[in-house]
Design a protein around this ligand. Structure first.
Ligand SMILES: Nc1nc2c(c(=O)[nH]1)N[C@H]1C(S)=C(S)[C@@H](COP(=O)(O)OP(=O)(O)OC[C@H]3O[C@@H](n4cnc5c(N)ncnc54)[C@H](O)[C@@H]3O)O[C@H]1N2
Ligand code: MOO
Length: 425
């Protein structure tokens, strides 16, 4: 049984900072076709391979002429020959060779047989109505900088400049190690009192959405040697490792000890719940993110702690975006430390766990919120009604860290609160 007398509890902010400092990635690069670059991060500047346009180009639908014919005023065009003195020229297309100036088609009357024209407005200067070579992009010009997340527009711009292959940061591989004797693979027969291993499904998809490559480990039983072996193997094979469950104080909760044996534990508790038993370690230079078992907390603690590590690898913004929203429904404190048997209580009933902020520090209950526009146009946040883990959670798009502790006043309906937006990417 684990010795949990020596807690390393940190705030959420400190946890992210410790994890960030522990990441010294040796990023890999790969070259992929530009058509597949959307959603990837450039490892090098992408440069135009050619001038665009690569010759004098016509601006609008026009006829192409020689400016020299207009230098002494409007010429007599009755004897003009198509292809010699004039030619059609169209928007965004190279000028017919030899022609230097364009007159928009609205100032031109074309004969029915399209061989003769009369013009009612002369061009103002040589090259009028044209775009010079290289006016959209010049060969060698940077079209997108290193570390840019390629959007559809950027992908199309690079392709426009003749870029066929791009160098991108390889997707970091993220090993997910599920632990627990009670776990059963999805599709197998459920053990008595057990659960299907669903956190792997949940977190693998998040990893993909955030730009990583999930690698799912088989369920590891609560056995010290097997846990250690799985962690060590994963740390040699993956860029980032997630160890799931086995993080608390139960008779089979070994993960923190094992991480401590093979690496350095940075922290193994945070100041919020759910998610209290989140942890982090470094094993042979590989960051290991510890996510607690209960699925309700596993999802958003991955948002809090795993996402920044993946984003750091990919050199993308790490913090979740926050919005200020008007609290639209009453929310109550919760989690250890927010219990009615608060810090300082002399005797607790046996089924109640002691406060984790008995020292008077602030503890945060993570509240699932729906952020939406109120009828008066203001952004409002509604606490998810009903039972935690219920259907109403499907609409959750934000998290609020609700403080509790001595002297802390919880927000009232109508107050503005800061909500972390749930990340989809
Ligand atoms: N006496 C105390 N008991 C507990 C405390 C405490 O402070 N004192 N903390 C509670 C809190 S908070 C949490 S969170 C959990 C943390 O538990 P673990 O991270 O050690 O997770 P397990 O005990 O292994 O499992 C808990 C629960 O989650 C299910 N689980 C685990 N892995 C998966 C998975 N991959 N997919 C789906 N479900 C999974 C597991 O079957 C259990 O039902 O401890 C509290 N207890
Ligand atoms: O760590 Mo637990 O996730 O607080 O519920």
């Amino acid at each position: 049984m684990r010795d949990h007398s020596n807690h390393v509890q940190v705030t959420r902010e400190k946890a992210v900072e410790l994890l960030r400092d522990a990441c010294e990635f040796d990023r890999r690069k790969e070259t992929i076709p530009v058509q597949e670059a959307c959603g990837r991060v450039l490892a090098e500047d992408a440069k135009a391979q050619t001038d665009i346009p690569n010759c004098l180009e016509c601006c609008l639908d026009s006829v192409a002429v020689h400016y020299a014919d207009f230098e002494n005023g409007m010429p007599d065009t009755s004897e003009w020959v198509r292809g010699v003195d004039w030619e059609f020229a169209n928007t965004g297309v190279g000028m017919p060779e030899g022609f230097d100036t364009a007159i928009v088609i609205e100032h031109v009357t074309v004969s029915d047989d399209e061989r003769h024209i009369t013009i009612d407005a002369a061009p103002s200067a040589k090259f009028a109505g044209t775009n010079p070579q290289g006016s959209k992009m010049r060969q060698g010009e940077v079209l997108a900088f290193e570390n840019t997340l390629v959007t559809v527009d950027i992908m199309a711009r690079m392709a426009m400049g003749g870029v066929t292959d791009v160098s991108v940061i390889a997707r970091p591989t993220v090993a997910f190690i599920p632990t627990g004797n009670e776990l059963t693979r999805i599709g197998d027969e459920l053990k008595r009192g057990g659960h299907f291993e669903t956190n792997g499904l949940l977190i693998a998809e998040k990893i993909r959405q955030w730009g990583g490559e999930p690698v799912l480990w088989d369920i590891v039983p609560d056995d010290r040697e097997r846990i250690t072996a799985a962690i060590c193997e994963a740390c040699t094979k993956a860029d980032i490792v997630v160890v799931n469950a086995g993080s608390s104080k139960g008779s089979d909760d070994w993960n923190i000890e094992m991480l401590d044996e093979v690496g350095t534990v940075l922290y193994h508790q945070t100041n919020h719940g759910p998610g209290h038993h989140s942890s982090a370690a470094v094993v042979d230079g590989t960051p290991v993110v510890g996510i607690s078992g209960p699925p309700r907390g596993a999802g958003f603690t991955a948002d809090f702690y795993l996402r920044p590590v993946i984003k750091r690898y990919l050199r993308q913004p790490e913090n979740l975006p926050k919005v200020k929203a008007r609290l639209a429904s009453e929310i109550r404190p919760g989690g250890p430390g927010a219990h009615k048997h608060m810090a300082g209580a002399k005797q607790l009933p046996g089924e109640v766990r002691p406060s984790e902020n008995a020292d008077g520090s602030i503890f945060y209950g993570v509240k699932f919120m729906i952020v939406r526009q109120a009828e008066d146009g203001v952004l409002e946040a509604v606490g998810v009604p009903g039972k935690p883990g219920g259907l109403s959670e499907d609409a959750v798009n934000g998290y609020y860290m609700m403080p509790s502790g001595t002297g802390v006043n919880p927000p009232q309906v109508g107050d503005f609160i800061e909500v972390d937006l749930k990340p989809w990417a």
